[in-house]
Design a protein around this ligand. Structure first.
Ligand code: SF4
Ligand code: SF4
Length: 436
């Protein structure tokens, strides 16, 4: 018998939490047991505890190859989905001018037109048929996707017809700045099985308006709150997510924002608050990076924010989850398509030619496939020394490709983000909540 390579020990007052990131089991243990595990002296453990630990995957057979388990599930998730998930940037344009926007302003605000939409629709159909997907999920994104809502309707109508004929299901979700939502827009989205609308707020009015303003410098806060209230009134029909982008300049204000939205009745079970960490990671926002939180601070910051959000009535399921891929965009079934039908993996890379994966031709084929595509798809955390030996690997999946590339112009290096230090805080929160 030997100890698993994936035992993480986290202090909890005088006790310790022992979390096996591979099996997903966590237990509370005494400090002396933690010391025995840390010093790898398995023989000092009482026999009953050894038996319990075997059941929990904390102790495994000598011959058990844990990396083979990870490899299997990693590859399975990468190549065996039955769902096509495509993000479509309906426009490069936006009606806001946010201080940190990664999409910058050098894309001449091109909107997807009918010719491009038809190529995209054919691409979706071909992908669905060739890969025998049973579900198509479309993420409407931009720019601000609702600026080109007619094209969204056209695409969704066509996908609906196709799915009905082929006996597939489909759904959509929207990532929007929230300013252009209306009852009419919502009705169309719900008709097309919209299951989530994500809207961004960056603070209470003054702060939000100084970060997310219209082109004429007017703030967007009041419009977004009015539209969130409209979504809230339809809480039985759609799940809304309030995304709060955090950096050093708005962290303190975020607590006031949580109070505000809680007081305004948005703390209902069908509305969640998601805390995004602003990263000055791409060229267009690199100048902003001095305001971003550093990796070591994120766990502490999130822990406090989760607690504050819960105090306002928002619900969380904080327990760390296994993740065979850090991000779905590492899998074969997910793409991001720009208004001019360029295909990328991650939307943070959209428009950056060094990350172009290919283009869509008139017949909906993915053509002009770049070497970058194979580089991205061959990402294997078990081939990266730091990841292979990392206790977090089963709850991380090997990190974000954008972070990796920004570090070393290479997808095959660790892309640690929101994992180290965050998992520990998730465990603490989970235990504290379960003791209540
Ligand atoms: S990306 Fe970082 S946290 Fe994730 S497995 Fe690799 S080294 Fe560990
Ligand atoms: S930024 Fe990283 S984690 Fe986010 S979608 Fe892109 S690759 Fe995935």
């Amino acid at each position: 018998m030997k100890l698993s390579n994936f035992n993480l020990i986290v202090p909890l007052g005088e006790k310790r939490i022992l979390f096996n990131t591979l099996s997903g089991h966590c237990v509370e243990i005494e400090e002396e047991v933690a010391d025995i595990i840390s010093s790898n002296k398995i023989d000092l453990l009482p026999p009953q505890l050894v038996r319990d630990f075997v059941n929990l995957g904390i102790i495994v057979e000598e011959s058990y190859n844990e990396t083979a388990v990870i490899k299997y599930y990693h590859d399975k998730e990468k190549y065996s989905s039955n769902m096509l998930l495509s993000t479509v940037l309906l426009t490069w344009g936006c009606n806001l001018k946010c201080v940190y926007c990664f999409e910058g302003s050098d894309h001449n605000f091109h909107n997807m037109n009918f010719t491009e939409a038809n190529k995209y629709i054919k691409f979706l159909k071909k992908q669905a048929i060739e890969n025998r997907y049973s579900h198509i999920s479309i993420c409407l994104f931009g720019g601000e996707p609702l600026l080109n809502f007619d094209m969204a309707k056209y695409i969704l109508d066509e996908v609906r017809d196709f799915c009905e004929k082929k006996d597939l299901t489909y759904s959509c979700f929207v990532i929007t700045n929230g300013t252009l939502l209306s009852d009419e827009v919502l009705e169309v989205l719900l008709y097309h099985h919209c299951n989530m609308i994500q809207v961004t707020l960056d603070g209470i009015k003054e702060t939000h308006d100084s970060r997310r303003m219209y082109k004429n410098a007017q703030g967007s806060f009041d419009d977004i709150i009015a539209n969130l209230k409209m979504l809230n009134a339809r809480k039985n029909d759609v799940h809304s997510v309030i995304r709060v982008n955090i950096d050093k300049t708005n962290l303190a204000e975020t607590y006031a924002l949580l109070k505000y939205i809680g007081k305004n009745g948005m703390n209902l079970t069908n509305c969640t608050v998601d805390f995004g960490i602003v990263r000055g990671s791409t060229e267009s926002c690199a100048a902003y990076s001095g305001h971003c939180l550093v990796e070591e601070e994120i766990g502490e910051v999130l822990y406090d924010l989760w607690s504050a959000a819960e105090a306002e009535g928002f619900k969380y399921n904080i327990r760390p989850m296994r993740k065979w891929l850090y991000c779905g965009l590492y899998s074969d079934n997910q793409f991001t398509v720009t208004p001019d039908c360029e295909v990328y993996k991650c939307w943070e890379h959209a428009g950056q030619k060094e990350h172009l994966m290919g283009t869509i031709d008139e017949d909906g084929n993915l053509v002009n496939i770049q070497y970058t595509f194979y580089e991205w798809m061959s990402h294997d955390p078990l081939a990266i020394k730091e990841c292979r030996n990392c206790v977090y690997l089963p709850v991380c999946g090997g990190g974000c490709g954008v972070i990796s590339y920004n570090k070393e112009k290479n997808y095959h290096v660790p892309g640690c983000f929101k994992v180290k230090g965050v998992v520990e805080k998730q465990l603490l929160k989970y235990f504290e909540d379960s003791l209540r």
